[in-house]
Write a protein that binds this ligand. Sequence first.
Ligand SMILES: [Zn+2]
Length: 71
Amino acid sequence: MAKCPVCGKDAPARAVNRAFPFCSERCKLVDLGKWLGEEYRVPVRAPQEDDGEVPLALGPEPEGGGGRHDA
Ligand SMILES: [Zn+2]
C-alpha cells in the first residue's frame, strides 16, 4: 500500500481515493500549499532587457561637404 508523502500514513488505493497518492484530500491540499509556499519564497528574477541596446555613437558621421580648403 502506498504511503502518504505528507503524513506518512497508508494511503488508500487510487480506485477509492481521489487524493491519491495522498491519504486524504486534506494532505493533498497541504502538499499543494507547501509547493506554493516555496514558490513564494523563491525570488523572482525579472529578465533584464539589456541586449537590444545599441550605442548611439556609431551613427553615420556628417561629411560636411565644402568644409575643407586646401588651397
Ligand atoms: Zn496524509
